[in-house]
Structure formats: C-alpha cells, structure tokens
Design a protein around this ligand. Structure first.
Ligand code: DAH
Length: 348
C-alpha cells in the first residue's frame, strides 16, 4: 500500500516534471516534491507510523525515489535552460548581414572646391598658389597699389578698419595687397595666384556679402604683354566654363593697373542671345585685370623699364554662382546642409 503511494508519487512527479517548461515552473515543482515541505519530506515523516520491519525497506525506497527525482530534475533543468537560451538567441539575434548605418561624412565647401579647381587650372599654366594675411597694413592694401591717401578711389573698397592710430590696419578688402608682398619677396619671373578671404563694409543682399573670397593672379617678367594676359585668362575661363566660351576684354579703371580691363565671357545660359543671367547683354563680367602699373613695380623696387607684369582679381562666389546657377550669394555662408550637401563631389 505504502509502496503504491510512492509509485503514484513517482508518476505524478514525473508528469509534473515533463510539463515544466520554464525555470519558474521548475522551481515550483522542486518546492512541491523535493523541498523542505515537499512530498518526499512528507513521505519520510510517515516512517514513524510504520512497523519496525517495514521501515528500512520504505526508507530505502523513499531515498531511492529522492535520488531518482533529483537526477530527473537536473536533467529537466538542463533541457529547459537550453530551450530558454535558444529562444532568447532567436529573438535577440543580431543580423550581421544588415548593412550598417552610413557615417555622415562632411563635404568640402563649394568655395573650397572651386579654389582647388582654380588653383589646379593655374598650376598647369605654371602658377604657384600662395596665401597672405587677412588683417593687412593699409600700405599694402592701398598705398603700394597706387591708391594714395585721400584719393577718391580708396572709397571704392568699403574698407573695415581694425586700428587707425599709429598704423592703419584693415581687414583686407581685396587680395591685391599680395601682389606687393609677393614682389617684395621674390625676384622676377613671378607667377602666383593668391586665393583668400576678403572683407568689406557692405549692405547684404543677393549679390553682396561682407566677407567673401577672391583670387588674385600676378605674372611679372621681362617682355610680358597684354597678349599674355589675354591668352592666360581666356584659357582659364574655358577650362572653368567650357571650351567653347567666347571672351571679351573692355577698358576699365583700377588704380594699380594700366591699362585696366574688365574680362567677360559669353553667357553660358543663352549663348549670347540675352537672358536674365547676363541681364540681356549676352556677356557676363567675371573679373578685373590689367598690366601692372609702373608705380606699383617701382614701389617694390622692380625696374619698370625692364619688367612688365599683368594681374587679375576675381570673386570666387561670383564664379560659383555662375557655374552652379546660384542666385543668392548669402547661401554660401549660412551653413545650411541642404544647400552645402549638393556639392558633394567625388573629385573634391
Ligand atoms: N582688387 C580688385 C577688386 O577687388 C580686383 C582687381 C582688378 C584685381 C584688377 C587686379 C586687377 O589684380 O588687375 O575690385
């Protein structure tokens, strides 16, 4: 009878164990059968009620059952843990074949890209790229460039003054001062271009910024003529705006050149018929240039009877606006990624 009870207990316990599918259910099962208040402890307690002959065999049987159930428990525990682990792995799995999130890479500013392109065009024509100070002595910005104090032409540059007591210091309003600095430092032949930031006291609108970038070009040697200027600038314009570009030179005045010219290309939008971009003229002015004034050569100690030179100055923003069809110069300096990311060129 008592052994029947143990058999029943074994069957129930085994059934319970087989259906325990989680660690929680397993520990409930453990408490019910093997715990201190569990069924096997109860069975042991019954020993006292048995006769002396029955006791050893029953005790042995209970102990055997206890060992059997403990082993079964451990085996079941292994299975349940394994299954739970498998389930976790399946849901938490990392799909290593998913493409990663792309890194946001910055791009070079469109003006930086253009500076590099222009530098490269001129490098192939034998010009070296150099840079100069943005905070400049008025001597280099004006006086040495044949723009004397109190001369009305000085007003043209809407200069921002940094300090004007003992020495006149300005934020350079153009890159032309580097003509003087370069010639002071080098002996002819000179062939340089100087890209860099410039500043002017301007009312801002779609075509005026208070800070912008220019490139200055300067070539000085014996026997340089206007023909060299024209040939080089035409080549530059055709490399930047297309080989079919027509070019036009007209007289203009800049104090540091004589003669001075304004240089234009035929409109790449209407090809000369007249449109909004060229304001109906068919031509787009892109830079000022001229033969370096003998006074400027003399100011740096070059002999104007021996050497001649030509120079040009050009705004990068204007070039970029024409090249990319941008209608507002302010777009370049508002750090709007929607604008800037359009210039994500692989060649940059
Ligand atoms: N510096 C002039 C400006 O900012 C541009 C310029 C014109 C530069 C003629 C030159 C030049 O070198 O020859 O308006």
């Amino acid at each position: 009878m008592v052994t029947d009870q143990l058999d029943q207990l074994r069957r129930d316990a085994q059934k319970g164990l087989d259906s325990a599918a989680t660690t929680n259910e397993l520990s409930d099962w453990h408490a019910r059968y093997l715990g201190r208040k569990g069924a096997l402890t109860d069975a042991m307690r019954q020993l006292g009620a048995l006769s002396a002959e029955e006791r050893p065999a029953f005790g042995k049987a209970v102990n055997a059952l206890k060992t059997e159930l403990s082993e079964a428990f451990e085996a079941r525990q292994e299975i349940v843990r394994g299954a739970q682990l498998d389930a976790r792995l399946a849901t938490d799995a990392i799909d290593v074949t998913l493409p990663g999130r792309p890194l946001e890479l910055g791009t070079l500013h469109p003006i930086t890209q253009l500076i590099r392109e222009v530098s490269s065009i001129f490098a192939h024509l034998g010009f070296q790229t150099i840079e100069g100070p943005e905070v400049e002595d008025a001597y280099y910005a004006f006086d040495a460039l044949n723009i004397p104090k109190d001369h009305p032409a000085r007003d043209v540059w809407d200069t921002i003054f940094v300090q004007s007591e003992s020495r006149e210091i300005v934020l350079r309003p153009h890159t032309s001062p580097m003509q003087v600095r370069t010639m002071e430092r080098l002996k002819p032949p000179v062939r340089v271009i100087v890209p860099g930031r410039c500043y002017r006291y301007e009312a801002l609108d779609a075509t005026h910024e208070w800070h912008f970038q220019q490139v200055e070009g300067l070539a000085v040697d014996e026997h340089l003529t206007m023909t060299d200027l024209k040939g080089t600038l035409a080549e530059f314009a055709r490399q930047l705006f297309g080989p079919q570009r027509k070019v036009r030179f007209r007289c203009d005045y800049f104090p540091f050149v004589e003669p001075g010219v304004d240089f234009a290309i035929d409109c790449m939008v209407c090809h000369g018929d007249g449109c909004r971009v060229c304001k109906g003229t068919g031509w787009i002015e892109i830079l000022g240039a001229g033969m370096v004034h003998p006074n400027v050569l003399a100011n740096v100690g070059y002999d104007p009877d021996k050497y001649t030179g030509w120079a040009f100055g050009c705004g990068f923003e204007r070039l970029a606006m024409l090249k990319y069809g941008i209608t507002d110069i302010r777009a370049f300096y508002q750090s709007d990624l929607r604008f800037l990311s359009q210039f994500d060129r692989a060649t940059a």
